[in-house]
Design a protein around this ligand. Structure first.
Ligand code: ZN
Length: 591
């Protein structure tokens, strides 16, 4: 079998080529196409097997791989873990190359590049590791020279690394590099080495790798610098409230978080417009994170080093909005004892975010129009035109079009602002993001308040996933902040820690069943009665089907758990004397 395989050089000689050069013909349609590769993948669940060609494959959770990877790094150190993962990737790449050579290298009269390089890239994608795009490669079979560059998007390895350790100072896609080494070496019949030069785990827009024959790398170049494990602190034990949360390809500004399709769509638009200076109009309900999105836009734009100024127009009285935005000259009005620049001037060279733009007075709208159109402002009471260089992002939670129709918003300004509208989805339409946001805020507030949150009960998670969040991300943020503060001493967050007493949302009536499991109560959806919680509580206790004695036991145990076994405190919590509680505990001990 293996004797029949041809190296790339041999195929090239057979097809009369000495050199192939290619750039971006990933989608050339040449064999093996993604479809052909896909059809080589066979699921035989009745047999407990997945096959790719004649090789048995494994469908592994990315999170499981991430956990293993984190363990490897923590126990063996970065260098050793890197070595092992590279070798694992190397085996996979070599095996895949064998399948490709076996099935497709014969009669390779067509697109040799596709067969070899693009097939490897497609397989990388098919196996769920990364979207690999060959940028450019040149291979000279006679001279034995090769140089290829690849772009990797959405590396699972980088994502898992960032999830475990936060942003890295070195590239971390070790398994991908190993795979590329194994695949290319096997295909070419000579040792190839890839080096990752940029990585999303470092905050780069995409990972990039360069491959060359091993002999062509200078000794020092092939030695990538590695840092000690001590520099990597797993996320859970971080002391500071870091905001990194990396999702996919893009220089993550460590602010907006999400993986849901609705979020990604908005995020993609944001990335598209970031590089150009166009005015952006953000539409969406209150609390969806418009300011965070704008901060993100600013951070990934060429203006990132300039100022980012945010103004909530609704928070500034009508009489002050002009002087706030455009500045004021001394003596313009009583009290204007000194000249001062407005937000426009202060944002010059950077980004100016105007939230709730519809609440701006008509006069201010006129001035804003001039600023947007001509890049010129005048201070209140001033005569001098001042040139400003500002990227404007306006946001609204009302339909501006309707405001125009109602005569409350200038149409010409509306057209000027509505150059590149982005609609930010409400949280209830991006529920996939709730777990990620929960984790994000838990980390932030645990650090802020020095509290340790170990776990959310099933009931709490369920409640958070089902709740409708009229206040959107901001409301979730508040709920998590409250939960972190009020969580039990055991670090467990339960439903009662999420919502204030008596303010359970109507659709979140839960009860504890006989097994101690939260489930939705049958009165779900009904408004709280007079006295709300107590009645509901009684109903829950009755519905749970526990005897008074069982409840007595539960209450005592829970009180003790919450007070870390302090009997006096637990007794106070239950309205009992210490002796009374001790009596009950003795009785439980005998039971
Ligand atoms: Zn990477």
């Amino acid at each position: 079998m293996s004797g029949a395989w041809l190296t790339l050089a041999e195929v090239m000689r057979q097809t009369g080529r000495s050199q192939i050069t290619s750039d971006r013909n990933w989608d050339s349609g040449a064999s093996p196409t993604l479809r052909e590769l896909f059809e080589s993948l066979k699921f035989t669940p009745e047999d407990g097997r997945i096959w790719f060609g004649d090789q048995r494959m494994l469908l592994v959770h990315a999170a499981a791989y991430g956990a293993l990877r984190q363990e490897l790094i923590s126990t063996l150190g970065l260098e050793k873990a890197r070595e092992l993962l590279m070798r694992m990737g190397h085996v996979a790449g070599t095996k895949d190359a064998a399948i490709i050579r076996n099935r497709w290298s014969h009669g390779a009269s067509g697109d040799v590049a596709s067969i070899f390089f693009n097939a490897g890239a497609r397989l990388h994608g098919l196996e769920g590791l990364v979207k690999a795009l060959p940028n450019r490669f040149t291979l000279n079979a006679d001279r034995g020279s090769y140089r290829g560059t690849f772009t990797w998007q959405g590396s699972v390895e980088a994502a898992e690394h960032v999830a475990a350790f936060g942003l890295s100072s070195v590239p971390v896609c070790w398994m991908l590099v190993g795979y590329a080494n194994g695949y290319a070496s096997s295909i070419n019949g000579m040792e190839m080495l890839y080096k990752e030069v940029e990585c999303t785990a470092m905050g780069a827009p995409c990972c990039r790798s360069i491959g060359r024959p091993a002999k062509d790398w200078a000794e020092d170049e092939s030695q990538v610098r590695f840092y000690s494990v001590a520099e990597l602190v797993p996320r859970g034990s971080r002391k500071t409230g870091s905001d990194d949360a990396h999702t996919g390809c893009g220089p993550e500004p460590q602010i907006v978080v999400g993986v849901s399709p609705a979020f990604r769509a908005a995020r993609d638009k944001l990335e598209k417009v970031a590089g150009i200076d166009a005015t952006v109009l953000l539409e969406g309900e209150s609390g969806v994170g418009k300011e965070m999105f704008t901060a993100t836009l600013h951070a990934i734009s060429p203006r990132a080093n300039g100022p980012f100024i945010a103004v909530n127009c609704a928070a500034i009285p009508d009489t002050l909005i002009e002087s706030e935005l455009f500045g004021v000259e001394r003596g313009a009005f009583t009290g204007a004892t000194i000249s001062r620049p407005g937000r426009f001037e202060r944002a010059s060279g950077g980004t100016l975010f105007l939230d709730e733009i519809s609440s701006m007075s008509v006069i201010a709208q006129g001035k804003l129009l001039r600023a947007v159109q001509e890049g010129i402002i005048e201070r209140v009471g001033g005569v001098q035109s001042i040139k400003v260089d500002v990227r404007l992002v306006a946001a609204t939670n009302v339909d501006l079009r309707k405001e125009v129709d109602a005569g409350r918003f200038r149409q010409d300004l509306y057209f000027r602002l509505n150059v590149f509208p982005i609609t930010l989805p409400p949280l209830r339409e991006r529920r996939d993001d709730i777990p990620l946001l929960m984790q994000h805020f838990v980390e932030r507030y645990s650090a802020k308040y020095g509290r340790k949150v170990e776990v959310f009960t099933t009931g709490a998670v369920d409640a958070l996933l089902r709740y409708d969040y009229p206040g959107n991300v901001r409301e979730l943020q508040n709920i998590i902040e409250r939960a972190v503060i009020s969580a039990g001493a055991d670090g467990v967050v339960d439903v009662q820690h999420l919502f204030p007493p008596g303010r359970f949302p109507p659709d979140l009536r839960y009860l504890i069943d006989a097994n101690g499991v939260f489930r939705e109560s049958e009165s779900s959806g009904k408004p709280a009665g007079e006295g709300g919680a107590p009645n509901g509580l009684v109903a829950q206790v009755l519905d749970a089907g526990l005897s008074i004695r069982q409840w007595d036991e539960r209450l005592c145990r829970e009180a003790l758990a919450r007070t870390n076994g302090n009997v006096a405190k637990a007794a106070r919590m239950l309205g009992l004397s210490r002796a009374q509680l001790n009596y009950r505990l003795r009785r439980l001990g005998e039971a």
